[in-house]
Design a protein around this ligand. Sequence first.
Ligand SMILES: [Zn+2]
Length: 716
Amino acid sequence: MTKRNALNLVLILILAGGAFAQTAAPSAPIDFSKKTLQSERTQSYDAVRYLIKLHVDMDQKAFGGETTVTLISLREGLATCVLDAEEFKVTSVWSDYGDPLAFTQSATELAVTLAKPAKLGEAVTFTCAYAGRDPKVGLNFVDASADNPKLVFSDSFPDKVHHWFPCYDYPNDKVTYDLVVTVKAGNKVGANGRLVGVAEDKAAGTVTWHWSQDLPHSTYLIFFAAGPYVVVRDSYKTLPVNYWVYPQDEKKALPTYGKTPKMIEFFNKTFGFDYPWQKYDQISVPSGGGAESTSATAMTQRIMVDAADEPEFPAIGIVSHELAHQWWGDLITLRSWAHTWLNESFGTYSDYLYQRFDLGEDEGAVNLAGKQAGYMREAKTRYIRPIVSDRYDKPGDMFDSHSYPKGALVLHMLRSIVGEEPFFKILSVFLHRFAFQPAETSDFIRTVKDVTGRNLDWFFDQWLFKPGHPVFDIGCQWDAKRKVVLLMVAQVQDYARGIPVFRVPVAIKVVTAKGAATTQVWLKEKMEKLEFPAETKPLLVRFDEGNLLIKEVNFPKDLDELLYQLKSDDVIGRIGGAGELLKFKDDPRTAPALAASAKGDAFWAIRKAALESLAKLGGPAAVAAFKPACKDANSAVRLAAVLALGDLKDRGLVEFYKQLFNKDTSPRVRSEALRALGKTGDPSVVPFLRQASSVPSRQNMVKRAAESAIKQLEAK
Ligand SMILES: [Zn+2]
C-alpha cells in the first residue's frame, strides 16, 4: 500500500469516527496466511547520523546534494556498506578524509567500499553526492492549483525516504540527522526537530533552512515540506506548537488545530511521559491523510475548517491521532511491520481517549462502537488475520482495520482486565523503557507482566496472535419457580479458520422492577450455562454491560424487552434496541416507540438511529416523525431526517425543502435538502437549484449537491 492509501485509510478511520465511510464492493476474501513470510531486517551496521544538504528546484522538479553518513560497524571487518538508494544517481562518494571511495549503484542500493574494513564497533563516516528529478515516490513536487500553492514535500512512509537521500531505510534503526534545504526565496521549509537557522542568498534568489533532529528516530519519520506557508504560532507552556498552513487557510488554523495544546497536556498526563520532542508542527500537504513525522506531522489540507463549520467538521479525531503517534510510533517505533499495532492501535486508542475526555462518556461510547463497526466490516467482508503477523506482502498490508480499530479495542479490553491505574502505568513504563528505541510486541507483553505481575499470555495469544473474535449465540429464560434467569451462552465462531474459543470476562446486567444487578462472569467454554437471581421477570438482560468485548451477538429478545431497552439502556444498548425493533415491524407499538425516541432521546445518536429504523419501517407513523426531526438541534439527526424524507420522492415537500435549504446552517443538511429536491422529480425546482449552486460552502458540498440534483432532474 502506498502512503497515500495508508493515509486515506487513516483519514477514513478518523473522520468517520472509526468506521469505514466507504461502502466498498465486497471483494473476494483474502487469505493472509498465504501472504509472504517476512522477518525483521538484519543489520551489518548501525546508522547513527546523517547530514543531508539538499538543493531543491521546485520549478524544474529537480533535487540533489550531499549526504554524509555516520555509522557504526556491527561486523568485524565490514568492507562494504550497503545503503538503500533509489531514483537518483550517485555521482561520487568520499571518505571523511576527502579520499574518493569506490561504489556501485543498482536500481535500489548503493554499495560503498570503505577505505579499509571497519572493526566491530568502529565508527565510519563518508559522503555521497547525488542528483535526481521528480521521483515516482518519496518526494512530491506539486504544481500550484486552486487548492494549493506550488509545494514540494517528502513522503517517506513506510520505506520511501531512500528515494531522496541514501540511507538505511528500515524502522529497526534510529538515527539523528541534520537537514539543510535550499529552495527558491519566498518559500519556507518545515521539517523535524529544531530550527538551527535560516539564511537568504539574495544574489542566488534562494533561501536555506537548517533543521536538526538531535533525538533519534526511524528514517520513515524523516520529513520536510517547502512552500509559501503561513506559520500560525501557538504553544503549550514553553513548547512551540505551530500550524503551517497555505496562505488562504490562515483563518482556519486555530479552528482546525487550536485544541492541540490541550491535547498535549492530556496526553502528557495520560501517558505519564511528557511530550518528547523540541516542538510540534502540523504542516498542510495535499495528500489524503496524516503522517506522524517526528515533531512535524504532515496533515492533509482537507481537514482545514473555519470557525462556523468546525462543530460539524471537527478535526480533533485526526489531530489527536497523529499527535498521539509522537509517543506511539515516533518515540517507540515498531521494529518491523509485523508489529504495526504498536503504532496504530495505540494511536487509535489514544484518539478515543482524547475524544472521550473532550466530549464525554456517551460520545466516547459511540466512538468505540464506530471502531468496532470498522473492524467488523473488514472481518466480515474481507478477511480476518492475527493482529501481529509476519505474513504480509508489503508494509501497507498491515495498515488496515485490524491494526487500527481492532487493536485499539484490544487495549480497551486489556484496560478493563488489569484496571485503570495499572493500565496507564503499563503505558508509562513501556514508554520509559523503550523511549527512542524500536520495540516489538514481546516488549509490551513483558512490560504488562512486570507492572501487573500477571501472566496474560492467554489474553495476548487469543487477541493478538490468533484471528477473529467470539460470536455468541445466547438463549435466555426466566424460571419463575426458582426465581432465576437462565442464560445459555454458546461461542459459535468458525473454528476451522483458526479462531479460538475465547476466554473473556463479561458483565451481565439483570434489570427487574425491583432494581438492577450486574455480575461479572468469565466465559471460556464453547457452551456455558449461567444463572442469575431475578425475583420477577426481568425487564432487560444485558450481555456485556459496558460494551467491552469485540464480539458478535445473536441474543433474541421479545418486544417488551426491546421497548424497555430503547428507553432505558445505555447509549449503545439504546442504539441496538432501535435496530432490533425492526424485527417487530408489524407490531403497532414499534413505530410510536421509535418516533418517541427520535423526538425525545437526550442523545443525538439514538435520535438518529431511531430515525434510520423509522425510514426502514415506513408507514404514516414513521413519516410523521421526519419533518419535526428536520428541526433537531443536532445536524447529524437533521441529516438522517431529510435523507429519509427525500426517499419518499414527494413533490408536496418541495416548499419544505426550499425552506430547509434557506434556513438551515449545516452545509450537509442544506446539501441533502437540494438532493431531496432532485428526488422529487419536479422540474420546476431547477432555477432554485441553479441559484443554490452558487452558494459558497465547505469543499463546495452545496454546489456539488445542486449540480447532482439538476443532473438527476435533467435525466428524466
Ligand atoms: Zn496512525
